[in-house]
Design a protein around this ligand. Structure first.
Ligand SMILES: [Mg+2]
Length: 396
């Protein structure tokens, strides 16, 4: 089998309008500048008639045997990097020999070993797993040695939800009723909000604990936007509320800061991170200094499903756990259902982003009663739902 074409296509669709898609937004590193901190969430554009525009880029890799491998969603930069840097590597290559393709892609774009370049390699690798699964007529996780279980628990990520405390309580009760055993919140406040900001984070966690009950797992995602004093204060002042982990409290490059945090809060509050790290070498650097309790490299960003299996081996050997960041539910499911529950105990499900990113799929993966079932569709299950596509624009 040979690869005969590599296409990035932008699909256009719509969601019902009436209310904004995002209710609030998370803290961002640029929010140390007040003019950025004051900005609200960036909404989906409104179409004439009031519907919300859905515009997403998919990668399709065509083969001479009629099988097309697909993955999504790609950023415009990621799609450009696939076309500009990887297309020539892919054309004519054997898509079953994924290790050769990965290694060629990596070695042919030496600046691409992190950032957008690695995001492009990641997307290609995931699309190749879709081809391989279709070729052998099985889900991708089966080719990787799965399924290791019939179902995997998922925790709910509330990115984009309202941070008003009444809304937080109502949402938490709703998620408990839906069967979720864990919930992650994304505070709007960070380092330059001082102790008033810490108080707001503590009140958020207290509201979740009050509404969710004693056995709910509660996580916070600081999205690279706190500093050491803010993180230490939140960890100490939420100790009685039994926070499971704080995620990405510092900028990804701040290894020295993470090391200090391990000393200051380690053993009491777990530290999670790694979604903005790339490849086995990036994660190995974090593991070498034992900077995190939990690793969250993303298949769609950090090197593809293939690289995640290698990262999983490193994390396992270090005695830590791996819960991949939830950019692609399909890729995460392939990895999760091929991994020991001891290494990958659960999956992340972004309550707003996961359905949005599966808007154009005929068989979206959705949690039921707090779990996801092992996928049965061949490959990654990326068959398109033609009824959702209003327009399609090939990108050059
Ligand atoms: Mg995160």
């Amino acid at each position: 089998m040979r690869i005969v074409d590599v296409r990035c296509v932008e699909y256009l669709g719509a969601l019902p309008g009436g209310e904004p898609f995002w209710r609030d937004r998370l803290r961002r590193p640029v929010d140390v500048y007040p003019e950025f901190a004051a900005r609200g969430p960036q909404q989906l554009p409104e179409l004439p008639g009031g519907e919300l525009e859905v515009r997403q880029i998919f990668l399709h890799i065509d083969t001479d045997e009629g099988i097309t491998g697909t993955t999504a969603v790609l950023s415009a930069e990621q799609a450009h990097a696939v076309s500009a840097a990887l297309r020539s590597v892919l054309l004519g290559a054997d898509p079953l020999a994924g290790e050769r393709v990965w290694d060629l892609a990596y070695r042919s774009a030496i600046h691409g070993r992190a950032g957008t370049g690695m995001l492009a390699v990641s997307a290609v690798d995931c699309a190749l797993w879709d081809i391989r699964g279709q070729y052998f007529g099985v889900p991708a996780h089966v080719l990787l040695g799965g399924p290791t279980r019939d179902t995997a628990p998922v925790y709910a990520s509330t990115l984009g939800d309202s941070l008003d405390l009444d809304d937080v309580r109502a949402r938490t009760r709703e998620l408990r009723a839906q069967g979720f055993g864990g919930v992650k919140w994304f505070p709007r406040w960070g380092s330059n909000d001082g102790h008033a900001g810490v108080d707001k984070v503590v009140r958020l966690v207290a509201a979740v604990r009050e509404a969710g009950g004693d056995d709910l797992e509660i996580m916070l995602d600081a999205w690279n936007s706190w500093d050491i004093p803010f993180t230490v204060a939140v960890a100490r002042e939420t100790e009685h509320l039994r926070l499971r982990w704080i995620e990405e409290p510092l900028l990804p490059d701040d290894s020295a800061g993470l090391k200090s945090l391990r000393t200051l809060v380690g053993g009491r509050t777990q530290l999670a991170g790694g979604e903005h790290e790339y490849t086995r070498w990036g994660i190995a650097r974090l593991l070498r200094d034992d900077l995190l309790d939990l690793y969250q490299a993303d298949p769609h960003w950090g090197g593809g499903i293939s690289e995640m299996t290698r990262i999983g081996a490193l994390v396992s050997a270090a005695g830590r756990q791996f819960i991949p960041h939830g950019q692609s539910v399909q890729c995460n499911a392939a990895l999760t259902f091929a991994s020991s529950p001891a290494l990958v105990p659960e999956m992340e499900y972004l309550l707003r982003l996961a359905p949005l990113y599966q808007h154009f799929l005929a068989e979206p993966i959705r949690p039921e009663n707090g779990v996801i079932h092992a996928p049965r569709a061949t490959g990654l299950g990326m068959r398109l739902n033609d009824a959702a596509i209003r327009d399609a624009r090939p990108l050059s």
